[in-house]
Every structure is written in C-alpha cells, then in structure tokens.
Design a protein. Structure first.
Length: 258
C-alpha cells in the first residue's frame, strides 16, 4: 500500500524543457484549419501521387496533433527531489559568484527554477527577487537555501522515459492516410553516412516530408527514429503485440513488406 505522505510528494505537470524531442514542432492555434498551406498540399499530392481530399484530411489530423490546446503527457515530479535539485543549482550559483564569475553565468544555474512549492506568499517572492538581483544576489541565494520550498527545479522523475508524444501523433496520422491511399508499407534497412541503421521506404519518406513542413528542425528526421511508431500502427491494424511484432523484423536486409 502506498503511504499517504508519498502520495502528497508526487505531482504531475506539463513539461517539455529538458526532454529530448525528435523535432521542434510548430505548436500554435491552427483554428481547425489544418497544418498545411495550399502549396504544401499540392506538393504532397504531386510528390506522393495522393488525392487532394486525403492530404487535406491529413492536414487536419496533423493540425489537431500540433495545436496549442492538444493533449500532452503529464509527467511525475517528486517535490523533495525537485527542491533538492534546486538547492544543488543554487549552491553552484553561490560558489560561482564567490569565485568572481559574471552575473550572467551565475544566473544560468537558476534557469528553470520555480516557486511552485513555496509555502507562503513571502516565500514565493524570494525567487523572483533573486532572479532580478545583482548587487545582493548572494544574500538572496542564501535566503532561498534557508527557505524550504521557495525554489524547485521541475524535472520529471524519469526523464529518459518521457516520449515525444506529438511525433507519435503525427506519424500515426500519416500512417492512416497512407493506408487509406492503398500505399505499400514496405521498407528496407540501410546504413546512413554515419554507419547507423536507417529505414528507407515510401511511408518513411512521406513522414519525413510532412515532419519537415511542420517543424523548425534543421536536420532530417531519420526513419529509424519513428520506425517503432510505424510498427505500432501496423501491429495495431493486425491485432498483434507491437513489441513482439517489432522483434520479428530483421536488423538488415532487403526490402520487407510491412
């Protein structure tokens, strides 16, 4: 049985800072009008020989996935861990300050701190004061360290397990439209320029092209990054376990039908 005090320790909140994402998606209010411009719709129709109604439908799906009001994952944060991590950052900041570091460098250690766990209104005001202080910054850091809950570093308890849920939604949208168009999910496994495995095939190129249109990422989204997402879609359509289905696929080899 979970202790009641443990339950009070756990909090959930929306968080993206510090979580590695596969792409920097363009998040905004799409007003239900879709994510693609007319020119992008025409380009996708031409490049992948797809009917315009299907690409317009995809535009709506992707827009809903990336809308500023779209559903996002809530990640668990333990209060005591968040406060302890903040204390480490503040001690580093104070040491840097005492060693003559520039104020700008010192305040980098305070980036991401929150007063969400402050007990009183007075406690909550200490962090904003410290963030704007220059001459008396060391005193403010000491006050923060002496006031439990006045500062916390909001990092998920299990950051490595935090997934890029919006990528999954975009890939799923592409898969549904690809399937509706009667396209083949076949792919081949190849090594890229850095000798890493990459997946090559029509659906992978389709996803990569769509991702480019709705993200600000400068680098191409590798097929291997979203291969498991596509595998989940295919397994779901076949009524199979996604993980078992993924294990059946070869690491290298000739093109394989999905």
């Amino acid at each position: 049985m979970t202790d009641e005090s443990d339950e009070l320790e756990r909090h959930v909140y929306m968080h993206f800072d510090g979580i590695k994402k596969s792409a920097e998606w363009v998040i905004k209010d799409y007003n239900g009008e879709g994510a693609f411009t007319d020119a992008q719709i025409e380009a996708l129709c031409h490049q992948f020989q797809m009917p315009r109604p299907l690409i317009k439908e995809l535009s709506l799906y992707v827009g809903n996935s990336l809308d500023s009001d779209s559903e996002v994952d809530l990640l668990q944060v333990t209060k005591s861990k968040a406060i302890a991590q903040a204390n480490k950052n503040m001690r580093r900041a104070r040491l840097l300050l005492r060693n003559g570091a520039r104020i700008e460098r010192v305040k980098e250690e305070l980036t991401g701190l929150s007063n969400i766990f402050a007990i009183t209104k007075a406690d909550a005001e200490i962090l904003p004061t410290a963030l704007t202080a220059d001459q008396y910054l060391e005193q403010q850091l000491t006050r923060l360290l002496q006031t439990p809950g006045s500062a916390a570093l909001l990092k998920p308890d299990r950051s490595p397990s935090a997934s890029d849920n919006r990528r999954f939604q975009v890939v799923m949208s592409c898969c549904y439209i690809w399937e509706d168009a009667g396209k083949d999910f076949g792919f081949s496994n190849e090594l890229d320029d850095t000798n890493r495995v990459d997946r090559v095939g029509g659906i992978y190129q389709f996803v990569q092209t769509v991702a480019t249109m709705v993200s600000t990422s400068k680098h191409r989204l590798r097929g291997e990054v979203f291969h498991k997402d596509i595998t989940h879609f295919k397994a779901y359509r076949l009524g199979r376990d996604p993980d078992a289905f993924l294990n059946e696929e070869p690491e290298f080899g000739p093109p394989k039908k999905g």
